[in-house]
Design a protein around this ligand. Sequence first.
Ligand code: BG6
Ligand code: MG
Length: 221
Amino acid sequence: MQYKGIIFDLDGVICHTDKYHYMAWKQIADEIGVYFDEAINDRLRGVSRMESLEIILEQYQGNMTEEEKQKLSEKKNNIYRNLLCQMSPKDVSEEVAETLNELKRRNIGIAIGSSSKNARFILEKIGLLEIFDAISDGNNISRSKPAPEVFLKAAEYLGCKPGQCLVVEDARSGIDAAIAGGFPCAGLGDAAAYEKTDYPIHKFSDIFSLAADGNWQESGF
Ligand code: BG6
Ligand code: MG
């Protein structure tokens, strides 16, 4: 099968927002007296905001109403968005910028497949809102990763079948989502060590090594 498009996860693949998620959730966890550390933060990768809160509340002793949970998640998001305001195009590595530009030159369709409802805000901050041919994010799905919906929508927006698009992910939940949707997947970071990942890669531009076996096809974008 030849690939016509690539769907990139955003947080942890195109740019790094983990530290801001961590800082915002840590503030919330401290406020409600719940233990929170980097290992718990790692479990939040790829999952939605409300599901992230549920993971944090595993350590919570009391009861919390849905309304209280909603308020806490909104508060976290306000802290997080304030932190995101300091992001700029400098938060995109040269390697990522050059690889995306080269994929565009080769007429490969490129899309974002992110669970985040802040994806467009982040892309605008880092100067990449215009480069992607399609954006599928937390606003157009009802189930986040490991459900495949966000990638299925991205493929639909690109006009490709799942088997024609490569998914690039850093989270295990994202690899599970890709597999559930019938997408071949490349894994960076934690996902490179995941046994279910089709193509473990160690740096972003390794995407081109997958292209070396003639796996790419112009998509007409
Ligand atoms: C994903 C992150 O991209 O977005 C998760 O990996 C996060 O950690 C999820 O929970 C939802 O983000 P947001 O921006 O909608 O709160
Ligand atoms: Mg990610």
